[in-house]
Design a protein around this ligand. Structure first.
Ligand code: NI
Length: 392
């Protein structure tokens, strides 16, 4: 099958892709609650002739399409959950579920993966190997649905993993490609400084957690600035501070909370050790106690260089080199990383930005809109991967 044949079939399927996306957009469901979404996806997959469908977790599903000949097993993952946002768009297919909205484009991800399944099942006898379609629940809320699916064994015997995200950061008709670290690891830290409260007029009999905490906050900035190589990116931000209830009472304790974003496992492991050392050292100097905790969120998505190069070659062959953007790392987190532990993976960004259509609003915004033309490009990406990796 040459790219032109696939692209023609994709064009014929395009109105259906839009219809799938609009149905999902109209009926958004929050993370870990995607019951109707999962039921709808199963119904559509069965109508396409897909028979091997499993539900290894409460929501989300995995469909398998086996080719007529032996070959490798590739998995493509689409996330399917919506956000707790009240939609502010006046669209005929706007959210009918108050307080929930597909404001990140996951409705489009599911529709594109249905398209890949539709054409893969149609051409299954000619395919070599197996396509595993992972419709993943709960990307938006840590610990995330990917970790649950991984624990349920969906990645067993998968040779290669692929994923994508629609993005209003890039123009429609472009693919954002990057080898190596693509998204940041997103972690949280909590520091509680326990002092000794008392009257504001007599600090000499107290241990002031606020003065101690202020020093800790300032000194935490030296972790990135003075301890990491300039070439190792990290962002450490203190975002929540709380202490005290009255103007004339030195409080008992102060709580400091913040986030760490990193791209390499080495830096991700190193930073909390340095943070804890600084916080404990300053607390000890002032006679305060320090409780330090660090909670790992999503790991960084790491694109395998060889796999990414092959995907890019496929995109150049299908669409031309002028549609490729070589992008910088992205700071948002993405739990696709939880699925990529045992096999090489590649995650691509798909442009949907078109100011003329008003689809240039940021994701997670109540007025977010998608340029549905981006679905054609994104489904094309998935088909180029299926054709390239499972083709004869
Ligand atoms: Ni998203």
């Amino acid at each position: 099958m040459n790219p032109e044949t696939w692209k023609q079939e994709l064009d014929e399927l395009f109105p259906q892709i839009v219809a799938w996306r609009r149905h999902l957009h109209r009926h958004p469901e929050l993370s870990f609650q995607e019951h109707q979404t999962t039921a709808y996806l199963e119904e559509q997959l069965r109508a396409l002739g897909v028979t091997e469908i499993a539900r290894p977790t409460r929501t989300g599903l995995v469909a398998r399409i086996t080719g007529g000949r032996p070959g490798r097993t590739i998995a493509i993952r689409a996330d399917i959950d919506a956000l707790p946002i009240q939609e502010e768009n006046d669209l005929p297919f706007a959210s009918e579920n108050p307080g929930a909205m597909h404001a990140c484009g996951h409705d489009g991800h599911a529709a594109m993966l249905l398209a890949a399944a539709a054409l893969a099942v149609r051409h299954a006898p000619a395919l070599c190997g197996e396509l595993v379609c992972i419709f993943q629940h709960a990307e938006e809320i840590p610990p995330g649905g990917a970790a649950e699916l991984y624990a349920a064994g969906v990645m067993n015997e998968v040779d290669e993993l692929y994923g994508c995200h629609l993005s209003s950061n890039f123009p429609t008709g472009t693919f954002g490609v990057r080898a190596g670290a693509l998204t940041a690891a997103t972690d949280r830290f909590d520091i509680t400084i326990q002092g000794k409260g008392g009257h504001s007029s007599m600090p000499e009999v107290c241990v002031d957690p606020i003065v101690t905490g202020a020093e800790v906050i300032a000194a935490l900035q030296t972790v990135v600035a003075r301890n990491l190589r300039a070439l190792d990116p990290a962002v450490l931000s203190v975002c929540q501070v709380s202490a005290g209830d009255a103007y004339n009472i030195i409080p008992q304790e102060m709580a400091i909370t913040g986030s760490l974003r990193t791209f390499s496992e080495e830096v991700r492991s190193q930073v909390p050790v340095l943070m804890e050392r600084i916080a404990r050292g300053i607390c000890a100097a002032h006679g305060a106690e320090c409780v330090f905790s660090f909670e790992r969120g999503y790991a960084s998505v790491q694109n395998d260089p060889a796999l990414t190069r092959r995907v890019e070659e496929g995109l150049v062959q299908w669409f031309g080199a002028d549609h490729i953007l070589h992008i910088e790392p992205l700071m948002p987190g993405e739990d696709f990383s939880a699925l990529q532990k045992d096999c090489p993976a590649c995650f691509i960004e798909i442009g949907t930005r078109n100011p003329a259509l008003g689809t240039d609003k940021p994701h997670h915004n109540p007025a977010y809109r998608m340029d549905e033309e981006g679905l054609r490009w994104g489904a094309g990406l998935l088909l180029s991967i299926v054709a390239e990796r499972l083709g004869s």
